[in-house]
Design a protein around this ligand. Sequence first.
Ligand SMILES: C[S@@+](CC[C@H](N)C(=O)[O-])C[C@H]1O[C@@H](n2cnc3c(N)ncnc32)[C@H](O)[C@@H]1O
Length: 309
Amino acid sequence: MSKVSAGSIIFSVAKRFLLPWHFWKVLSLQRNRKKTERVFDDAQLKLYAQLLPGGFLHYGYFDNPSIEPMEISINDVYRAQTRYAELLLTKLPAGTGLRILDIGCGTGAMAKMLLDMGHHPTALTPDKTQAHHIRSTYSNIPILECKFEDLNGDAYAQAFDVVITSESLQYLKQSIALPLIDKILKPGGKWIACDYFRIQEAHEKSGHFFSEFQKNLAGAGMYIRFQQDITPNILPTIAYVHSFANRIGLPLLSFGIDKLQTKAPGIHYALQDLIPFVQQKIDKNLLTVNPDVFARQKQYLLMEIQRIK
Ligand SMILES: C[S@@+](CC[C@H](N)C(=O)[O-])C[C@H]1O[C@@H](n2cnc3c(N)ncnc32)[C@H](O)[C@@H]1O
């Protein structure tokens, strides 16, 4: 491969801003960037699915919450993810042949477990990659490819014995989703929900506020009949990512920047003002996977939810 000179790289980048056709393309790509809503093609979840081939996209459940991050292997994370799914399944009503909707089903691993237990799962996801994966891997699992909020409630009124939201409740618009869950559940039906909530103002916005959720639930005629705080059991996964990023990610980044400075000082000079922004963004992301910050601001709950009457 021929050596790429700093001059040719700078020229190539500059051309895209200075030549009218290229500049128009830059502008129109930027302007249209939101047109595919993230929920239909979520690159972050796609990345997790590749990194975690066990088929789950949640944080997992560690039986031993005091395990040190340095002692955790990626196989432990896979096992913890399966364990999390098994824990949710212990909340199913007895018997087989239940009609179960897995809302935000990810790549379908939970639906497959339900099928193997003799139930009738339906998987729902708005994400086209996940839907394609499920269709091609589990052809006998019916799939609804839409946002849950867009599901036709009349067509599925009282259709399900159980609804599961496994780390997907946080993505749902409560004002639409809660009455819709109520509508599609059979009388006496159960909603098994497992997710994290904000218990105070947090530096990043994922997770509903728990106090609001409780109010909205009551407004939709439902209540939490069982609740287990599993925060300590999910923290090892966060601690693992945090430690990996600090021990390997940050030194690699700084190595890359040093290398750039010595091997391509011109490019390093051109990007110099950008480097602090990248570092700021990384620091913000590191806060998200800081287990102490998470435990202070959020709570991860496993719940069984039912109608009030
Ligand atoms: C963190 S993943 C969890 C996946 C899976 N339940 C699991 O436990 O591995 C969140 C899931 O919710 C889905 N999702 C996001 N917004 C949604 C919406 N509005 N309606 C239904 N599912 C949604 C995502 O596509 C993804 O499948």
